[in-house]
Design a protein around this ligand. Structure first.
Ligand code: NAD
Ligand code: MLT
Length: 537
């Protein structure tokens, strides 16, 4: 499978992806049009903030399954369009928080103490320090806009240096403000009235774009300072430049522009310009928020790991999937179990499924298992040979087949700590039930196969063999497999009713797929009624 990387990540993770057998092409420094023309044949795309993952790019892709955003902000990723194209979109939202938070704090110091102006002065021979009298941060009021991951880090650090911190974030519960010791502002205006420093930490959305413009700037005290290390355009660039020139804003520090330059061009080649570059007391860094050794490592490591897992069909937390409650590592084995249960249906039955009921019982029933149900459906549709199905478009795909789904939850369970029971109602009017559990930490076990009780660990290939309940059948099955050098890793035998001699069921886990010819040989053994090979790989 091919992974295209259009913006650099740490080289060791490119190597690690190659070592895992992926073909990796680093296609760096290219224009958006060139990338759009180069996306065919790629199974995954890794980007930072410059590549636009939009409809144009997605509709040029012919086998794209995953987009990995090496970083936090997703304003360059059209997530709904990814969903429509069945592409998993993921990012690394925790990998560079500290780096970005620290940069915002560094910027706050720089604007309070005129560090950049003083530095520039000295480099041009001007040592008149009287020109660069700053103000102290201690005792001043910082207004944090957006109290998410980075806003929280910045709040803690600014409090640590003795600032009063107030914040505006209508989406965050009061408990978080209380925990951080930050005063909640009910409205943006409440914040603007009291602050000496504004620091921006929201995503760039329709709602946040230009949220600090002339009107808001002039609601602040004269001499307010502004830091934006979140996204360009949250602060209106022209209005900020004017307010700096006029003195309403005493200093600003900007890490991000509304329209970003290319960060690869050499000085002579750079044509980018922006009004803030010419504004007084405006310190600008070239989108350095995530540029630390630690963040570069974390982002590269996380994006490479997530993309590889997603390409290998593993469930990963993605932007276009339901949020997973609790620990993803604890839920993952249930997703694997459910996907296998889904894959079993069409490998053992022919009649189309009309309705599926999933029951979650035991400890797992205390949280939403929607993602596990989605795994079941992914398995079912993969078993039907449906192409391009993934977690992100599974609901739409299932709807097309007219299959209805229901989930029930039951805190009580008799035999196991947790149990997943799936009932497939099919066109033949049959209700076929599979049940499974996970033995800690991650062994998937089938405990009921269409009414036959068993205890079968699900390996990659299992033979489900319906046979007569008479002596000698298992011997014939084992001999046939042995003659073809096929090793049996486990064998389970079950019957529903002692008196019914035609209703035994064997579950034989084998260490390699079995050819059609061998399946036919097995089917012709005396006492064997039906042989199905279930391939979970
Ligand atoms: P986050 O999702 O954890 O937090 C964002 C917060 O903004 C949320 O709490 C949300 O409720 C709040 N918010 C949304 N709309 C709002 C509104 N209208 N008014 C007030 N608050 C609002 O995100 P994060 O990880 O903290 O990242 C914050 C920003 O920093 C993002 O824009 C991200 O892209 C950017 N970032 C920049 C760099 C950099 O290199 N400069 C690095 C990492 C992240
Ligand atoms: C981010 O959103 O992660 C940062 O802006 C850094 C980046 O884009 O690389």
């Amino acid at each position: 499978m091919k992974i295209l990387i259009t913006e650099s990540i740490a080289e060791e993770f490119v190597t690690s992806l190659r070592d895992q057998g992926f073909e990796v092409e680093e296609y760096l420094g290219h224009t958006q049009e060139e990338i759009e023309g180069h996306i065919k044949g790629c199974d995954a795309l890794i980007v930072r903030s410059a590549t636009k993952v939009n409809e144009a790019l997605l509709s040029n892709a012919d086998c794209l399954k995953v987009v990995g955003r090496a970083g936090t902000g997703i304003d360059n990723i059209d997530v709904p369009a990814c969903t429509e194209h069945g592409v998993i979109a993921l990012n690394t939202p925790t990998a560079n928080n500290m780096a970005a938070g620290e940069l915002a704090v560094a910027h706050a110091f720089a604007v309070f103490r005129n560090l950049c102006d003083a530095n520039n002065g000295v480099h041009s021979g001007d040592f008149r320090r009287g020109n660069w009298i700053g103000v102290e941060l201690e005792g001043k009021t910082a207004g944090v806009i957006g109290l998410g991951r980075i806003g929280s880090i910045v709040s803690r650090k600014l409090k640590g240096i003795g600032m009063n911190v107030v914040a505006y974030d209508p989406y965050v519960p009061s408990e978080k403000f209380e925990k951080l010791g930050v005063t909640r502002c009910e409205t943006l205006d409440d914040l603007l009235k009291v602050v000496d420093l504004i620091t921006m930490h929201t995503p760039k959305t329709k709602e946040t774009y230009n949220m600090i413009a002339k009107e808001q700037i002039y609601k602040c005290k004269r001499g307010v300072r502004i830091v934006n290390a979140a996204r360009g355009g949250l602060v209106n660039e022209q209005d900020l430049a004017d307010a700096l020139a006029e003195g309403q804003v005493a200093g600003a520090a900007i890490d991000v522009f509304d329209v970003e330059p290319s960060y690869n061009k050499k000085p002579g080649e750079q044509e980018f310009d922006n009004v803030l570059i010419h504004a007084p007391h405006c310190y600008i860094t070239p989108h350095l928020g995530a540029s630390t050794v630690e963040a570069t490592y974390n982002v590269g490591s996380q994006v490479a790991d997530l993309v590889a897992r997603a390409l290998n069909g593993e469930m990963v937390a993605a932007l276009n999937m339901p949020a997973i409650e609790g620990d993803i590592n604890a839920i993952r084995p249930y997703c694997n179990l459910a996907e296998k249960m889904g894959k079993m249906y069409y490998q053992t039955e022919k009649s189309p499924v009309k309705k599926i009921e999933v029951n979650y019982a035991g400890g797992i029933a205390s949280q939403s298992m929607e993602i596990v149900t989605m795994s079941l459906l992914v398995g079912l549709l993969k078993g039907m040979g449906v192409d391009g199905v993934s977690y992100v478009n599974i609901k739409e795909c299932v709807e097309e087949y007219g299959i209805t789904i229901s989930e029930t939850y039951d805190q009580k369970v008799k035999k196991y700590n947790n149990l997943v029971t799936v009932t497939f109602h099919n066109d033949d009017g049959k209700d076929l039930v599979l049940a499974g559990t996970v033995f800690e930490p991650d062994t998937e076990v089938l405990v009921s196969f269409y009414g036959y009780e068993m205890n079968c660990t699900l390996t990659d290939t299992v033979l489900a063999i319906k046979n007569d309940d008479v002596p000698g059948v298992i011997g014939k099955i084992a001999t046939t497999l042995g003659r073809h050098n096929i090793n049996i890793s486990s064998l389970h035998w079950a019957r529903k009713d002692k008196k019914d001699k035609s209703s035994a069921q064997a579950f034989v886990s084998v260490e390699q797929p079995v050819t059609e010819k061998i399946l036919k040989e097995l089917a012709s053994c005396e006492g064997v009624r039906l042989v199905s090979m279930i391939d979970f790989s």
